[in-house]
Design a protein around this ligand. Structure first.
Ligand SMILES: *[C@@H]1O[C@H](CO)[C@@H](O)[C@H](O)[C@H]1NC(C)=O
Ligand SMILES: *[C@@H]1O[C@H](CO)[C@@H](O)[C@H](O)[C@H]1NC(C)=O
Ligand SMILES: *[C@@H]1O[C@H](CO)[C@@H](O)[C@H](O)[C@H]1NC(C)=O
Ligand SMILES: *[C@@H]1O[C@H](CO)[C@@H](O)[C@H](O)[C@H]1NC(C)=O
Ligand SMILES: *[C@@H]1O[C@H](CO)[C@@H](O)[C@H](O)[C@H]1NC(C)=O
Ligand SMILES: *[C@@H]1O[C@H](CO)[C@@H](O)[C@H](O)[C@H]1NC(C)=O
Ligand SMILES: *[C@@H]1O[C@H](CO)[C@@H](O)[C@H](O)[C@H]1NC(C)=O
Ligand SMILES: *[C@@H]1O[C@H](CO)[C@@H](O)[C@H](O)[C@H]1NC(C)=O
Ligand SMILES: *[C@@H]1O[C@H](CO)[C@@H](O)[C@H](O)[C@H]1NC(C)=O
Length: 894
């Protein structure tokens, strides 16, 4: 396919305005600016080398098109976008430029424009830039907002061809109507728009639809906030939890987005020229695109194969059957397998007959049809209880059926029931079909509520209908941050009715069970003990906040369940249990080699950093310990159990709690003793955890010995130069000393969020890090230490409140210029302000308040580390707010 792309020569700049084709740099380039051009044969490459843009010829065609493809998979069928799909360039004379009017333009050899981006709402700009972003999006914007999709003049993601990629948004707007966002190629060799389109029908509950020449060919079934109800294979949690989302964005409109769990996997959806939509994933080892999903397959997936009021069943003989109470409209056609006529009612509904004359006619009722793909064209009423949904249907003679679906609401069908399928192997929803009373058996008629109870004996027919009480259905569809709500019965079945065999363990707040959803996805269910102080609202608020946390090193909360006293949290299942299970078991310890342990330490640190700093909320975990670090199948650590987490406002740093929770041994002293918790408390626990990982011993196992705890013991060995004796014998030999020492150091420099280290220059002339490092040992009492290549070189001795004990002649000037206070931030600021000679202060976690008197020397700004230094200034030097001290971020204190 990619005839003509020279993979070595990627792109050279050619000036449009000069004819001097000098040997300009031919390195990979990801953008072109105004006046630059891209010739046939040259390509742009996104900075991560994932996507490539250039001219190509599809299949046997010799015409040239401008397109974007996956760079790694270039030889395979991997085009994701084509610009001039209607008007190819006949030869290799095509050129892409950012033209004088700021638009992207393709011209042929005669200078004729064959394609233009035609950006309309465009700021007149002399510095327009087109960037091939790492997402595969070609973005035209001003130079100073390069790559900013929100301020782009034009972007290929808003003008897609046949491919839906992660990060692309598809508008779902009932006012706009059907959105035929993607159109197929005409044939394998011709990218011009073909017969098929793929997009969203937003009416009622949105669905994905494939159209053929404008007629429906396939639909996904309605979106219930979790899955497309007509694609039961989507019940695999990973599929929907990390994939599709219906989100209301800043512009007030709803969009479908798709973000797979594994961002590094190459994934895409494509509507093929043959009308088949496929989900594809690049298989690097086999160098082909694996097809994960195809629609429509032959048979019942074809739109409305059986006509109205009929059910298509792949395993049925015949495939098409009229719904109960209905018969084929044209029997001879039906018997010759022409189902287009559909079915008609045996007995008219009571409301359809002249009810005034026919007194005594039996009342209409409903028969439920289980495991169905719900019919097309539903009206949706939100915030309606199952009973009133039923009443609503009975009150309106046009209503032919109703269904209560969690995440959608009350669905009512008024016209014919079309495109109904029966899912034999589980999945699907319950459709309540309205029938005349005489068509209903006696037992069925007396049944009031058709909402199904799950029957454990028929787990094959397990429905993904997660119907729950109506008051918590409201709004759940429109608020994507809300967590999926599971039905208690569903969870009960998934966990085999909370059987003892499924019990994974007992946490402080209740037992945890292993479960399995109908799609085969494994889950962990935490059943909170009924006597929990929290109200339902607080419970829901808290978990919806936690649901917003997404990080690979945090255990993912998949959903929850509230019904009566019953409160449950549903998490992804971690096959390798928790860290303590390996770490402290002499038989399993050895399976955690140093490389694994180091990865685990890194992972926990990343997760914790995300909680503390990177997530929009500031979250303090408060119970970080080995048993709360779960391990996935690849032994990646995930922090779990946010039961005690507290969420902090933006600048709130510490809080008081009247109840000390947490686990002794891991708790920072100030928290355990005073109930004062902060980010520091977590970092302290992290330090303990790191030492446990290095030593393979529980912090608490030191209680009986001479040492207070692991940190104390570590500190002692370290100061005797025997730090490596700490290391778990099963990993000691094989591990790089440097890493081990760094981790021990990390555990001991506790509790500080940031390394407090000074690195000496390599030599007087070379500022790169040398072999000497200086630090405060953040231990009580603190001391200053100099290391040479990670080994202690010199120690100041502990600080005795006046001087370092190993420096008896420490001069008094020094003493007066450095004061160490064991106090809090605000107190430190106050102390500095109260002392006229204080020129600056810094509050360092674990050390306390540092104050400078006189000159502040040897400062260095570090991009990702260091401490906040507060420099005292006259209030006139400060902003309008008259702050008295001004922070200088990220400085190292000299
Ligand atoms: C350029 O114009 C000539 C004459 O009209 C035509 O024969 C040729 O095909 C054109 N080339 C392209 C690339 O359009
Ligand atoms: C741009 O506008 C021109 C003239 O109106 C039109 O012929 C062309 O099809 C447009 N191109 C695109 C990509 O919409
Ligand atoms: C754009 O460039 C033209 C010609 O170089 C110049 O006259 C004009 O002032 C520039 N406009 C802006 C906004 O810089
Ligand atoms: C675009 O921005 C970059 C970085 O901000 C700058 O180096 C470059 O000179 C700018 N180019 C133009 C054409 O203004
Ligand atoms: C597209 O539709 C046209 C006419 O409806 C038909 O002739 C052609 O075969 C169709 N192409 C494909 C690929 O189905
Ligand atoms: C993510 O995808 C990449 C590339 O396909 C693969 O190498 C890696 O193992 C995947 N990671 C996970 C966790 O699936
Ligand atoms: C690639 O294909 C092989 C063989 O089908 C399969 O075992 C492997 O899991 C695939 N790799 C990915 C990343 O899907
Ligand atoms: C099937 O029946 C419809 C009328 O219900 C008719 O129009 C159509 O031609 C029939 N199709 C075939 C293949 O006989
Ligand atoms: C310094 O930190 C404060 C709060 O931590 C932040 O609001 C501010 O933007 C930072 N300033 C710089 C220059 O990074």
């Amino acid at each position: 396919m990619f005839t003509g792309v020279n993979p070595i020569k990627r792109f050279c700049f050619h000036s449009v305005y000069t004819l001097l084709f000098l040997a300009l740099s031919c390195s990979a380039v990801n953008q072109i600016t105004r006046g630059q051009s891209l010739r046939d044969g040259d390509t742009l490459l996104s900075v991560d080398d994932k996507f490539e843009l250039g001219f190509f010829s599809p299949g046997i065609s010799t015409s040239r098109y401008l397109g974007i493809w996956y760079h790694d998979a270039a030889e395979a069928d991997s085009l994701i976008w084509v610009a001039n799909r209607d008007r190819p360039v006949p030869d290799r004379s095509g050129v892409l430029t950012v033209a004088g009017d700021g638009n992207l333009v393709i011209s042929d050899g005669n200078g004729t424009r064959v394609w233009s981006s035609n950006a309309t709402a465009r700021v007149e700009s002399n510095d327009t830039v087109a960037l091939l972003a790492v997402t595969g999006n070609l973005i035209l914007s001003q130079n100073d907002t390069v790559g900013d999709v929100d301020r782009a003049f034009w972007q290929s993601f808003a003008n897609p061809t046949d491919t839906y990629l992660p990060n692309m948004r598809v508008l779902v707007d009932a006012a706009v109507g059907e959105n035929h966002a993607f159109s197929s190629w005409r044939s394998a060799d011709d990218p011009s728009p073909g017969n098929f389109t793929l997009g969203v029908d937003p009416r009622g509950a949105p669905q994905i639809v494939i159209w053929e020449n404008g007629n429906r060919r396939w639909r996904s079934g309605q979106w219930n906030g979790l899955i497309f109800t007509g694609v039961p294979s989507m019940t695999t949690l990973t599929n929907f939890q990390y994939g599709f989302k219906l989100t209301r964005e800043d512009d007030g409109r709803l969009y479908f987005t798709y973000n797979p769990a594994n961002a590094s996997a190459l994934l895409r959806f494509r509507i093929g020229w043959d009308g088949i939509e496929e989900q594809l994933r690049w298989n690097e080892s086999r160098r082909i695109w694996d097809v994960l999903q195809r629609q429509p397959e032959e048979g019942c997936e074809a739109y409305n194969r059986c006509g109205e009021f009929a059910v298509c069943d792949e395993s049925g003989r015949p495939t098409c059957n009229c719904m109960e109470g209905f018969r084929p409209r044209n029997l001879s056609e039906w018997n010759s397998e022409n189902f287009t006529g559909g079915c008609q009612r045996n007995t008219p509904l009571q409301c359809q007959s002249n009810s005034s004359s026919q007194t005594g006619g039996e009342e209409d009722g409903f028969r439920s049809i289980r495991c169905t793909k719900l019919p097309d064209f539903a009206d949706v009423h939100e915030g309606v209880s199952p009973d009133s949904c039923r009443e609503r249907c009975l009150d309106d003679c046009e209503c032919k059926a109703y269904s209560m679906i969690n995440g959608i609401g009350c669905m009512i069908w008024s016209g014919g029931l079309v495109d109904v399928q029966h899912f034999g192997t589980g999945g699907g929803n319950v459709l309540n079909l309205r029938l005349a009373g005489s068509e209903l058996g006696k037992t069925l008629r007396t049944k009031q509520n058709e909402t199904p109870m799950f029957d454990t004996s028929k787990s094959r027919e397990f429905s993904s209908d997660l119907s729950g009480p109506a008051e918590i259905i409201e709004g759940s569809q429109m608020n994507p941050a809300d967590l999926p709500l599971f039905n208690v019965n569903c969870v009960a079945i998934a966990t085999n009715n909370f059987s003892i065999e499924n019990k994974l363990g007992q946490g402080g707040f209740g037992p945890v069970y292993k479960g399995k959803l109908p799609g085969g996805e494994e889950i962990a269910v935490k059943r909170l003990s009924r006597i929990s102080g929290q109200g339902v609202e607080e419970f829901k608020n808290e978990i919806s906040l936690i649901a917003k946390l997404q990080h690979r090193n945090l255990v993912r909360l998949l959903g929850y369940c509230v019904q009566g006293d019953e409160k449950m949290l549903i998490y992804e299942y971690m096959p390798n249990k928790s860290l303590d299970f390996f770490l402290f078991d002499p038989r399993k310890q050895a399976t955690l080699d140093w490389a694994k342990r180091f990865t685990i330490i890194e992972g926990i640190a990343r997760g914790l950093l995300y909680l503390h700093r990177d997530s929009r909320l500031r979250i303090i975990h408060r119970d970080l310990k080995a048993s709360n670090i779960l391990l996935d199948e690849e032994m990646n650590p995930k922090i779990s159990d946010f039961g005690m987490a507290r969420i902090f406002g933006g600048n709130q740093n510490e809080a008081n709690t009247n109840r000390v929770v947490g686990t002794y041994g891991y708790m920072a002293p100030e928290y355990a003793m005073e109930g004062l918790f902060s980010v520091k408390s977590d970092v302290y626990s992290f330090g303990v955890l790191v030492l446990e990982i290095v030593t393979g011993r529980r912090n608490t196992s030191f209680r009986s010995s001479d040492h207070v705890n692991l940190i104390g013991y570590a500190w002692e060995l370290w100061s005797e130069g025997r730090a490596l004796d700490l290391v778990d014998p099963s990993v000691r030999g094989s591990s790089p000393q440097e890493e081990l020492l760094r981790c021990i150091q990390l555990g001991m420099f506790n509790p500080t969020a940031e390394p407090f280290l000074l690195n000496a220059w390599k030599s007087a002339a070379d500022p790169s890090p040398g072999e000497f490092t200086a630090s405060f040992l953040l231990q009580t009492p603190p001391q200053a230490t100099i290391w040479r290549n990670q080994m202690t070189y010199w120690r100041s001795g502990p600080w005795d409140k006046a001087r370092f004990t190993n420096i008896p002649d420490m001069d008094t000037d020094y003493q007066s210029s450095l004061t160490l206070l064991d106090d809090l931030d605000q107190e430190c600021s106050r102390q500095c302000l109260n002392n006229c000679s204080c020129t600056a202060y810094s509050f360092v976690n674990g050390i306390g308040c540092l104050m400078w008197k006189g000159k502040v020397v040897d400062l260095q700004v570090l991009p990702f580390a260091g401490q906040d230094l507060y420099l005292r200034l006259a209030s006139t030097e400060l902003g309008e707010c008259h702050l008295l001290v001004q922070p200088i971020n990220r400085t190292v204190i000299g």
